[in-house]
Design a protein around this ligand. Structure first.
Ligand SMILES: Cc1ncc(COP(=O)(O)O)c(C=O)c1O
Length: 452
């Protein structure tokens, strides 16, 4: 057996011959070989540097190769790599305690999974067993993961090929003022009408049959939709009135992304279950989980919880989560995400919107921002159609190429680009990203047509 050849060519050859990639037509992709990464940057095999404006899959909240986090994983690997979930382990207990300490009051227990999709699977199972009801309400414009239940919850095209999914999932519309499903023109109206709509769906479904309402606290991939003030509190009230479990999916929005430990903190709302993954340890080792209220945990106090995973609470993953949370505390990473969002990213993106006609709307908080691109501000026609592919998606593909040529790696979804750098990003890096966007938006401006 020879030594690993990690030249770009060799990496590409093995990849093309043997790696089956997510969400892709295998012969139509050409994954870029990556050689190294540090902080807010990564480098390809040719030595070209990219500013990571996507935080990989919006999970790299602490940035690449944080030395303390790498050291914590190495230390744990030397001590105890793995042990069954049935044992009590120092780092597992510590990670659960630290997560619970930062979660809203009353959410005290943590069930660990390997990622976000599994977390949502277990959250709906807990809600169903706790309530004895079976339906789950999930929103359009959402992504909850790709396993059977989580892809059924998902309210966008990635679900379609997996239909029919699990039984009992019912869909509703959440608030999104820029493209209001409720013909609202103010945040207050959007909030009120979205809540009235939710009540109506519940009335027609029979609220007594509904175990849970699932929502992304701030919708991520499907648009960075920040709920209007009062919306989450309104959903909480509905759930309380009707005995429904509120599940907040914070897989993308949690752990600093929104400038808060948990996005719900921004509105002071306490869900019954929070699902997390990604930012909990920035994906240095796969980890996710469900944070559970005392009341739901009580259901399983004397009756076994019917579920488990060989790697639930994996020591390497838990050691990395505990270390990551301590680093966040010591380095003020959540505070950095909040202030850089308010003082640098928001103003920088709004300035671009003022100068580039193809920017229809800029919205976000923390290090979680969307730039929505349109053909016309008057009609708000998206720059590319919903779910566009191939030639129809060409303007966004050209935009992404222009970003990469400028040394910035964008997160592009439909007619939007998301500005989602690590929570550790500094002002100079944000400015570098805004400059790259400034140049690349000239490409999208060419498609602009006020009359479209
Ligand atoms: C909001 C949300 N929930 C769940 C998931 C699924 O997480 P995973 O890919 O770790 O299964 C994602 C992934 O992007 C997500 O953004």
């Amino acid at each position: 057996m020879g030594a690993t050849n990690n030249s770009g060519e060799a990496v590409r050859a093995d990849d093309r011959a043997h790696v089956f990639h997510s969400w892709s037509a295998q012969e139509l992709i050409d994954p870029v070989p990556i050689s190294r990464a540090l902080g807010s940057y990564f480098w390809d095999a040719d030595g070209k540097r990219y500013l990571d404006l996507s935080s990989q899959l919006v999970n790299l909240n602490i940035g690449h190769q944080h030395p303390r986090l790498v050291a914590a994983i190495q230390e744990q690997a030397g001590k105890l790599c793995t042990v069954s979930p049935a044992f009590a382990v120092d780092v597992r207990g510590e990670a659960a305690r630290l997560i619970a300490e930062h979660a809203p009051g009353g959410l005290d227990l943590v069930f660990f999974t390997n990622g976000g999709a599994e977390a949502n699977e277990y959250a709906i199972r807990m809600a169903r067993l706790h309530t004895g009801r079976h339906k789950v309400l999930a929103a359009y414009r959402s992504y909850h993961g790709a396993t059977a239940g989580s892809i059924t919850l998902t309210g966008e095209p990635r679900r379609w090929p997996s239909e029919p999914g699990i039984p009992g999932v019912v869909r509703y519309w959440g608030p999104y003022l820029y493209r209001s499903s409720f013909h609202a023109e103010t945040e207050a109206d959007e909030c009120e009408r979205a809540l009235a709509h939710l009540r109506e769906v519940l009335m027609f479904e029979g609220a007594h049959t509904v175990a849970a309402i699932v929502l992304e606290t701030v919708v991520g991939t499907n648009g960075i939709l920040v709920p209007p003030d009062g919306y989450l509190a309104g959903v909480r009230t509905i759930c309380d009135e009707l005995g429904i479990v509120l599940i907040a999916d914070e897989v993308m929005a949690g752990f600093g992304r929104c400038g808060e430990w948990f996005a719900v903190d921004r509105w002071g709302v306490t869900p019954d279950l929070i699902t997390f993954a990604k930012g909990v340890n920035s994906g240095y080792v796969p980890l996710g989980g469900v944070i559970i209220s005392r009341a739901i945990a009580e259901t399983f106090a004397r009756q076994a919880f019917p579920g488990g995973l060989t790697y639930s609470g994996h020591p390497l993953a838990c050691a990395s989560a505990a270390a990551s949370i301590r680093i966040f505390e010591d380095e003020g990473i959540v505070e950095n995400a909040r202030s850089i969002g308010e003082q640098v990213i928001g103003p920088g993106l709004r300035d671009l919107a003022a100068r580039h006609p193809s920017v229809g709307e800029v919205r976000g908080l923390g290090v979680f921002w969307a730039v929505e691109l349109v053909r016309s501000r008057a009609t708000r026609e998206p720059l590319v159609p919903y779910n566009a592919a191939g030639a129809a998606a060409q303007p966004m593909a050209e935009f992404a190429t222009a970003m990469r040529e400028r040394g910035a790696w964008p997160f592009v979804h439909f007619n939007r680009t998301h500005f989602v750098p690590p929570c550790t990003v500094n002002e100079a890096e944000v400015e570098e990203g805004i400059d790259a966007l400034d140049g690349a938006l000239e490409v999208t401006d060419r498609y602009y047509d006020e009359e479209a």
